[in-house]
Design a protein around this ligand. Structure first.
Ligand SMILES: Nc1ncnc2c1ncn2[C@@H]1O[C@H](COP(=O)(O)OP(=O)(O)O)[C@@H](O)[C@H]1O
Ligand SMILES: [Mg+2]
Length: 563
């Protein structure tokens, strides 16, 4: 919890201190009530006149009106501060998400990320504002009531206060269980969120394979698991509450019994016994509420753990110089480069020299590591061995921003955003004018079809461009990359969904920038490969090696070299 506060910034501390002070004031007023009642019973009722009673009642009324007003402000400020803290933590988590590496992102499902940012942070927020206020009130009430009772009748007070250690003991016993159960519930929730997310975004695949019922079954399984875990937690919760409630009622009975004897013996006035019962009620209420909040706090700790698990992950390597200077790549070289995913070697021993203006065609059968190779240049993944240098300087000696600013990428899995065509292309360079966007669209041979859309460039394209055809999406992605106008162009099967005519026009656009841009292009089309002046056959570096295929592709390379 303290970490949460630290994270949200210390600027909230004065406000929290003020809230705390106001809460102390309201609690003190609350503590006066039983004393007033005692006054009434012991003095006003036996000896006084009706006028004294009026005075006493009005005094108490005034006090409690003041308490209501102070309480209103304390509650309001505390809630708002809670909102502020949570907004800050959410923003921090979101920006942390943005800067985690691709590999870390792939380790978790989207549903899991969403669940941490929404559900888990909300669980923590409840504790910060709702539970915190009640917790502080309870503690103060407990201490105040205890002191007053001790001054009235120490031995009777001790009976009530024995309750404290008993409940603390129960709390300790249950604390660890609550923590574990809560984490398991949140995990089950995150799993079901993933299924939800996947079924929604993959709805077309679900429908074409008639897998609606299968998905429903899967979700139901997860809900079943969630329910089982929730029931476990509720059982622990209820058992805990029942034990605590029993301990507290035992105390009330003890007071009436022992206190009654004291009144009979003349050691205690009747008014004091009533006040005592009221204070004892404060004490039991406080302990029950502290205990209840204890479990809420424990649950929130489980949720906040899941938040900090992410915040503790290191963000992408930002080693290298902290420079924004644009890279002018004169040469790019690969020496003995190898890459493995955690459980799979992809390629090794790759050597390649590329000069400015070269077009490198990357060829090889599906799954041989072409897309993976392209991810090494912007350092989406790190090479496992060997070195990659631009202008004789290792990639990691540039800042990530510098490196990625120097590259325009059209990846194999294009992602478009749920906004207009114009804004999607402008994603390539945020300060581009409308004319520049249109010019890039023309070069990607997209202008014509965009103008045919209902609202032209202002047309919304749906989630991930779902209102467009595959070829149209590719051309928007190409326009976005052209607009960025970076010196290195990485194209991963960027024209695979286009018809021959469209592909040829894009080929022409690429030929136009050839010489200015250094281009890496993954393609299967012989015409595209023919345009390249370097051919990189990934099959040759494949891990583990595949000898019989290597000869075939070796011939391809030889043929290419001849022209
Ligand atoms: N994130 C990943 N984790 C583990 N293995 C992967 C991952 N991405 C791809 N692979 C594996 O690496 C190999 C190369 O994939 P990829 O570079 O996409 O091939 P290509 O683009 O040549 O079709 C494939 O066998 C694939 O199974
Ligand atoms: Mg690929």
């Amino acid at each position: 919890m303290m970490r949460m506060l630290n994270l949200a910034g210390r600027q909230h501390l004065p406000m929290l201190a003020l809230c705390l002070t106001l809460i102390i004031v309201t609690t003190l007023i609350q503590l006066v009530l039983p004393l007033g009642v005692q006054q009434m019973l012991d003095n006003v009722l036996s000896t006084g006149t009706a006028l004294d009673l009026h005075h006493l009642a009005l005094l108490l009324l005034g006090l409690f009106a003041a308490k209501a007003i102070v309480g209103y402000f304390a509650q309001l400020m505390l809630m708002v501060t809670g909102d502020r803290i949570i907004v800050t933590v959410r923003e921090k988590l979101f920006s942390h998400y943005q800067f985690l590496s691709l590999a870390q992102h792939k380790d978790h499902s989207v549903g899991d990320w969403v669940s941490r940012l929404n559900n888990d942070i909300t669980a923590v927020r409840n504790v910060v504002s709702n539970v915190a206020i009640a917790f502080i009130v309870s503690v103060l009430q407990l201490i105040g009531a205890a002191l007053i009772m001790l001054s009235m009748n120490p031995s009777l007070a001790l009976v009530v206060l024995l309750l404290g250690p008993a409940t603390t003991l129960v709390s300790k016993l249950f604390g660890a269980t609550f923590f574990r159960l809560s984490k398991r519930i949140q995990e089950a929730m995150a799993d079901s969120n993933s299924t939800l997310q996947e079924s929604l975004s993959g709805i077309e695949a679900v429908k074409t394979f008639s897998r609606e019922r299968h998905q429903i079954g899967q979700y139901r399984q997860q809900m079943k698991r969630f329910l089982a875990r929730a029931i476990e937690a509720r059982k622990a919760d209820s058992l805990y509450n029942a034990i605590v409630a029993f301990i507290t009622s035992v105390t009330t009975i003890a007071i009436v019994w022992a206190g009654g004897l004291a009144v009979i013996g003349g050691e205690l006035t009747a008014g004091m016994l009533v006040a005592f019962l009221l204070y004892a009620q404060y004490v039991t209420q406080s302990i029950v509420s502290i205990a209840g909040h204890y479990s809420a706090v424990k649950q929130a700790e489980g949720a906040s753990d899941r938040v900090f698990e992410i915040l503790d992950m290191e963000t992408e390597a930002s080693d290298g110089e902290n420079s924004q200077q644009a890279i002018q790549p004169r040469s790019i070289s690969f020496h003995n480069v190898a890459f493995s995913y955690p459980d799979k070697a992809v390629f090794a021993g790759l050597d390649l020299q590329v000069k400015q203006g070269d077009t490198v065609a990357i060829v090889g059968p599906s799954g041989c590591g072409k897309s993976t190779f392209l991810r090494l240049l912007p350092r989406l993944y790190e090479a496992s061995a060997g070195s990659i240098e631009i202008n004789g300087k290792a990639l990691r000696d540039y800042s990530l921003k510098q490196l990625r600013d120097a590259m325009s990428v059209v990846s194999q899995d294009i992602h478009l955003f749920e906004t207009s065509v114009l804004e999607n292309i402008r994603f390539g360079r945020l300060d581009a004018s409308d004319d520049e966007v249109i010019d890039a669209a023309k070069r990607a041979n997209a202008d014509e079809f965009i103008r045919d859309l209902p609202q032209g460039y202002a047309s919304e394209i749906g989630a991930n461009g779902c209102f467009l055809s595959g070829g149209q999406r590719q051309r928007i992605a190409l326009a976005r990359a052209f607009l960025k106008d970076a010196p290195i162009l990485l194209l991963d099967e960027a024209t695979s969904s286009l018809d021959a005519d469209n592909e040829q026009r894009i080929q022409a656009a690429l030929a136009h920038i050839q010489g200015r841009c250094t281009t890496f292009i993954i393609a299967h089309n012989p015409a595209t490969i023919a345009h390249a002046n370097v051919v990189l056959d990934m099959q040759r570096y494949r891990q583990p090696p595949m000898p019989e295929l290597a000869t075939v592709s070796g011939e391809l390379v030889a043929r290419r070299a001849l022209g």
